[in-house]
Design a protein around this ligand. Structure first.
Ligand SMILES: [Zn+2]
Length: 446
C-alpha cells in the first residue's frame, strides 16, 4: 500500500525532525525514573512528566497530570501492598479530533529498570550518548525512545493532520515493577477504540503476552543443633527446612514439565506457563537446623490459563493443590504443610487478529520499510491492562530491542538505533491517520 499525500507530508516532517527526536529521547534518559521498591522516595518521575506535559500542551493537547490514590488500585489484585503514587504523577493528554472517527491511544511507560551494574557501562546510563547511529542510555529502547516517538508523532499529527478521532497520549509509571501505572490510568477512565505502545518489538506487532504472578512458599522445619545427631522429629528431633523445601522444588519442576507437555497449553506466539523459583532464603544460624525456608517463585501464565476475569485464580488453585499433594507424601510436611501466598498479579493478553488496530499496525510496518510479524511477548506489558480492563485493544509496536541475538532490554549498554526511532515515529503517524481518519483539509497546511 503506497502512502497518500498527507502520509508523505507527515513522514517527511518526522524525518526532518530527527534531531529533535534524539534530543527529546536523550532528555528523557537524563531523568532518573528507575523502578523502585515500595516505600522508596520518588525519583525524577514528576520532573519528567512535567517536561512532557509542557511540551504536549504546547502542541494543543488538554493535559492532566495527577497522582492516583492508592485506593484507585483496589479494584484489582495487582499489588504490591503499600504502593503509592506520591511524587509520581501519571499523564493523560487529549487531542480532540474533529469528529466521526475512532479514537486512538498512544501510551508509554516512563520507568526503567535499575542501571546496575553501572560500572560495566561504556557511558553513563543517565547521560544519553550517541555513537554510530545508536542512542545509548538506560531506557533507550525500553522505552524512553518510544515515549519520545509518541510525543513527536502527536506533535506532528496535531500540526499537520486533521484527525477525525481523538488522539490520547498517556505516560505512566510502574510498568517494570507491578503494572500499577496503567491500572491507575484505566481506573481514571482512560479508554479509546484502540491503543499502540511503542515497546521495543523490532517492528513486530505484539498481540499477546503472558500474565504473571508471584508465589511465596514457606516451608517449615524445626530448629536444633546441626552438629548433634537428632532423634526422629516425632521424638522431638530437629527438621531441616531446606531439605524439605527440595521436595517442593522438585514438584515445581514436575509441574513445569507437565505444563510444557500439555497440548491445550501450546500457544503459537507464547511459551507455555511456568513456575520459576527465583529467590530462596532460610535458616537462622550456621550450626542450627533451619526452622524455615522461603521460596519465591514467579509464575508466568498463558491467556488460556487465566480465570474468566483474566486473573490467576485457576493457576493458583492448580499450583497450590499440587504442592499440598506432594507435601502429603512426606511425613513431616503432611503434618506441617507449606503455606503458599500469592501477590502482585498482571493479566495475560491475547488480541484477535481481526482487531482493526492489528491490521492497521501490521500494514504500517511494511510501509515504513520494516515489515514485521504478529508476535507475542514472553513477559508482560501495559497493553494487557488497557485491552482487558480498559476496553482498549492495545498492541505494542516499536523499535528493535536486539543487537543480533543479544537482548538490549534491561541490559548493560542498552541502546536504540536512531533510524529505528525515526521509523517508529513514522509508523505511529501513519497508524493514527489510518485508524482515526483525517479531515478533508488535511495536508493543505503542510
Ligand atoms: Zn517496556
Amino acid at each position: 500500500m503506497g502512502l497518500t499525500d498527507l502520509e508523505h507530508v507527515l513522514t517527511d516532517v518526522i524525518e526532518a525532525r530527527r534531531d529533535d527526536l534524539v534530543d527529546l529521547a536523550s532528555r528523557l534518559i537524563g531523568f532518573d525514573t528507575t523502578a523502585r521498591d515500595v516505600g522508596d522516595p520518588p525519583r525524577d518521575e514528576a520532573e519528567l512528566q512535567n517536561a512532557l506535559a509542557a511540551r504536549i500542551s504546547d502542541a494543543g493537547a488538554r493535559v492532566e497530570l495527577w497522582e492516583p490514590a492508592a485506593s484507585d488500585l483496589d479494584r484489582a489484585p495487582i499489588g504490591p501492598p503499600g504502593l503509592d503514587f506520591t511524587g509520581r504523577p501519571q499523564m493523560i493528554a487529549r487531542f480532540a479530533g474533529h469528529g466521526g472517527g475512532p479514537s486512538l491511544l498512544f501510551n508509554g511507560h516512563i520507568d526503567a529498570v535499575s542501571a546496575e551494574p553501572r560500572s560495566q557501562w561504556t557511558s553513563d546510563p543517565f547521560r544519553a550518548d550517541v555513537r554510530e547511529g545508536r542512542l545509548y542510555g538506560r531506557g533507550a529502547c525500553d522505552m524512553k525512545g518510544g515515549v519520545a516517538a509518541i510525543t513527536l508523532a502527536a506533535e506532528v499529527l496535531a500540526e499537520h493532520a486533521d484527525l477525525a478521532g481523538d488522539l490520547i497520549v498517556c505516560t505512566n509509571t510502574d510498568e517494570e515493577s507491578s503494572g500499577a501505572g496503567s491500572m491507575a490510568l484505566v481506573t481514571h477512565g482512560v479508554s479509546a477504540d484502540a491503543g499502540i505502545i511503542p515497546e521495543p518489538t523490532g517492528f513486530d506487532t505484539w498481540i499477546a503476552c503472558r500474565g504473571s504472578s508471584f508465589l511465596t512458599i514457606d516451608v517449615p522445619g524445626r530448629p536444633g543443633h546441626a552438629e548433634i545427631d537428632q532423634p526422629d522429629w516425632r521424638q522431638g528431633g530437629a527438621v531441616n527446612a531446606i531439605e524439605k523445601a527440595t521436595i517442593v522444588i522438585d514438584e515445581i519442576k514436575r509441574l513445569r514439565d507437565d505444563w510444557r507437555a500439555r497440548p491445550e497449553l501450546q500457544h503459537t506466539l507464547l511459551p507455555p506457563g511456568s513456575v520459576v523459583p527465583t529467590m530462596v532464603t532460610a535458616g537462622e544460624w550456621g550450626a542450627t537446623y533451619p526452622a524455615w525456608c522461603r521460596i519465591l517463585c514467579v509464575v508466568p501464565y498463558l491467556p488460556v490459563q487465566a480465570d474468566s476475569g483474566g486473573w490467576v485464580s485457576d493457576v493458583r488453585r492448580e499450583v497450590d493443590e499440587r504442592l499440598i499433594q506432594v507435601a502429603a507424601t512426606d511425613d513431616w510436611l503432611a503434618e506441617h504443610p507449606p503455606t503458599m501466598s500469592w501477590s502482585a498479579n498482571v493479566m495475560p493478553l491475547e488480541l484477535s487478529t481481526d482487531e482493526p488496530i492489528v491490521t492497521v499496525v501490521s500494514r504500517v510496518s511494511a510501509d515504513i520499510g520494516r515489515p514485521g510479524q504478529l508476535a507475542g511477548l514472553n513477559s508482560w506489558f501495559d497493553g494487557a491492562t488497557f485491552s482487558r480492563l480498559g476496553a482498549t485493544p492495545t498492541v505494542a509496536f516499536g523499535p528493535s530491542g536486539r543487537d543480533g541475538s543479544r537482548i538490549l532490554l534491561h541490559a548493560v549498554d542498552e541502546y536504540v538505533r536512531i533510524d529505528d526511532l525515526v521509523a517508529c515515529a513514522k509508523g505511529l503517524v501513519l497508524a493514527a491517520v489510518r485508524f482515526c481518519g483525517s479531515g478533508p483539509q488535511a495536508g493543505e497546511r503542510a
